[in-house]
Design a protein around this ligand. Structure first.
Ligand code: CUK
Ligand code: CUA
Length: 649
């Protein structure tokens, strides 16, 4: 118990002047240590539990060292978490309307959601998988976050100045994605890759024509940093065979200019288990090898400039034959039902986890590059894409255990791979491909994330195991359980689990962890700012200029302000059938002085952060008197911050 006494003395010293030195504790210190020992006993805590608590407990008023941006799975949102405390700091509304942020209620954010519209149906959810922080020189720069929607093939742009979603883009070229979002080292492009192949550009083709008519593609969305938005017109795509592309990663440093994509269906299986075909899962896992797709995207960029593309569904597409002929695309075999592909921090190696293999396979980028330059190929696939021999491309393999998926890195040359079936994190040395340690996770780990673990200079230190099942970890909450994030200490000789955090909002497939001091979010908006255009709204209202203007027979513009603790005007008179446009500016310039705006029966609900301007358009199609009020307890007179919409019959 010696070490725990020391730990407790350290803990106690913070609260009172306690001398724990010299072997013999003072009577006060001894008393506190006894109290703490009693507390440990009463709560059934071990020495390891208390050590874990000391490593994670974050007192009131203290901020976290790292921030995690986790995907919200099919909630369509992003979850922001502090590390090591594992406190949830924010849900960022991305693809799904979210009332707390007023997201999807005002004209501005409705417009953002409409940017991702496919066809005529409003999409009110997403299956978010992979968040990607913007990078400069391969390092997180803390400026932007991107995330992909697997279900609807969309990419969202989140500005980390205000942690708000600014843009959603989609292309009808593809029908779903998974290798998304991944950024190139200077965030020139955000990569989005198909998962389930469909005819390019949509349209009809019977699944029996899978081989000939179905295709995948990697979309390279051009990011305009100046504007902080994706430039759709400057984006392009590379066509792939229908091999069911999976995860992707961009090269960095020595492999900058290249991107790598897994695939899982060289069998070209397309289902039909009620039509005499093998079911997809066995149909897609017959072959021992699938193909890693290697794309030289800088070369692809040149081909697009040279006009060697076809436009499909508004997207410039380098066709498969062109990509193969011009050395833009090559394949490397990879065992067996591969899932994760992760580039080492120096950019020299590519690590692939094969779900049905016990190894992580480590490919040498130098060998792949040489083979592509010298056209050292072992053959071509049925689509004419050159194949580099497995033996030619690998540096080696490391035997890890059952079901390797994803890999992260630390600052000491180690890699950490999640083993789904064995449900452990395996630590191994990248240089000599040696397994070093394993730690059990609960249960069935999917992704894992280490501090700055995808960058050219990872920190290591902390790792989160993102587990698919929770089973007996928490209080029971019915048949739908949260997932379990387990914080793992990477600083100890053996990895240790420090903390279990339930995550009850979709399945957060992936996350990235950034040093908190790299983020510099704003505290308030400049007066009258429209957060979606990042400019002062031409409709911003200043104090004293509030008014109601009737335009034509049945259009009304309401120029309104909000400030503690009233809306002006607080009675809005319109006529039945009017189209009403509310223009509301929060005049506050004090940090945290948010006002809400709720309007009875019309499904109107805004969150107006200090300085923010928002517009709402609706038809007054119901006569009557409708209370409107502020939804944030903003002052002692918050309940008085109210009014009426009067719709005259
Ligand atoms: S996937 Cu979920 S565990 Cu979408 Cu990155 Cu691997
Ligand atoms: Cu404003 Cu309550």
């Amino acid at each position: 118990m010696r070490s725990i006494k020391i730990a407790l003395c350290i803990a106690a010293a913070g609260a009172a002047a306690v001398s724990c030195g010299g072997g013999k504790a003072s009577s006060t210190g001894g008393g506190q240590a006894t109290e703490l020992t009693a507390l440990m006993k009463a709560r059934g805590l071990s020495e390891a539990d208390v050590q874990a608590a000391l490593k994670t407990y974050t007192p009131t008023g203290k901020a976290d060292e790292y921030m995690v941006f986790a995907s919200g799975g099919h909630s369509g949102q992003v979850i922001v978490i502090g590390v090591p405390s594992m406190r949830i700091l924010k849900y960022i509304a991305v693809f799904t309307p979210e009332p707390w942020q007023g997201y999807g209620f005002d004209d501005q954010t409705k417009g953002v959601l409409a940017g991702g519209k496919r066809g005529t149906t409003d999409l009110t959810w997403a299956d978010t998988h992979h968040p990607a922080l913007s990078e400069t020189g391969g390092d997180y720069d803390g400026k932007y976050l991107f995330i992909g929607d697997k279900a609807n093939a969309r990419i969202a742009v989140i500005d980390l100045a205000d942690f708000a979603t600014k843009q959603i883009v989609t292309t009808e070229l593809i029908g779903s994605d998974h290798g998304a979002a991944f950024v190139t080292p200077d965030t020139d492009y955000i990569v989005e890759t198909t998962q389930y192949a469909t005819p390019l550009g949509g349209g009809y083709a019977d699944p029996k024509e899978y081989k000939d008519k179905y295709r995948g593609a990697a979309v390279f969305w051009r990011f305009d940093r100046q504007k902080g938005r994706i430039d759709k017109d400057a984006s392009f795509a590379v066509e792939f065979p229908p091999y069911v592309q999976d995860l992707a990663d961009a090269g960095k440093k020595v492999s900058d200019g290249y991107a790598f994509f897994n695939s899982i269906n060289t069998e070209l299986s397309y289902g039909g288990n009620a039509e005499g075909n093998p079911p997809m899962e066995s149909g897609m896992s017959q072959n021992d090898m699938d193909f890693m797709h290697v794309v030289n995207w800088r070369k692809a960029e040149e081909l697009v400039k040279a006009g060697k593309f076809e436009t499909i569904a508004g997207m410039k597409v380098i066709r498969l034959a062109t990509a193969a002929e011009e050395g833009v695309l090559a394949f490397v075999p990879e065992p067996k039902s591969p899932h994760g592909v992760d580039i080492t921090p120096d950019g020299a190696d590519i690590v692939v986890g094969g779900k049905l293999d016990t190894h992580a396979t480590v490919y040498s980028f130098a060998k792949i590059k040489d083979a592509m330059a010298n056209k050292t190929y072992e053959g071509k696939d049925p689509y004419g894409v050159p194949i580099i021999a497995f033996k030619t491309a690998i540096r080696g393999q490391v035997e890890l255990g059952l079901g390797p998926l994803h890999t992260q890195f630390d600052d000491k040359g180690n890699a950490y791979t999640s083993l789904f079936l064995e449900t452990v994190v395996a630590k191994w040395s990248v240089a000599d491909l040696k397994l070093l340690d394993k730690v059990s996770t609960h249960y069935n780990i999917g992704h894992l994330v280490s501090a700055e673990g995808d960058t050219v200079s990872p920190d290591g230190r902390f790792l989160i195991a993102m587990n698919k099942w929770a089973l007996d970890r928490f209080n029971k909450v019915g048949p739908l359980l949260p997932q379990n994030f387990q914080l793992v200490d990477l600083t100890t000789p053996k990895m240790t689990v420090l903390y279990d955090m339930p995550l009850p909002l979709g399945e957060p497939h992936y996350a990235q962890m950034i040093r908190a001091d790299k983020l510099a979010p704003i505290e308030i908006y400049p007066p009258g700012e429209d957060p979606i255009t990042d400019e002062i709204s031409p409709l911003a209202v200043v104090g004293g200029k509030e008014r109601v203007e009737r335009k034509g027979a049945n259009e009304v513009d309401v120029h309104m302000t909000a400030i503690r603790s009233h809306f002006t005007p607080d009675i809005v008179r319109v006529k039945l059938g009017d189209t009403v446009r509310l223009h509301i500016t929060n005049l506050e310039q004090a940090y945290d002085a948010t006002h809400g705006f709720a309007l009875n029966s019309y499904n109107i609900n805004l969150s107006l952060e200090p300085g923010e301007h928002a517009d709402v358009t609706f038809k007054a199609d119901k006569a009557g008197v409708f209370p409107m009020y502020c939804t944030e307890f903003c002052s002692a007179l918050h309940l008085e911050m109210a009014g009426y919409l009067v719709v005259e019959p």
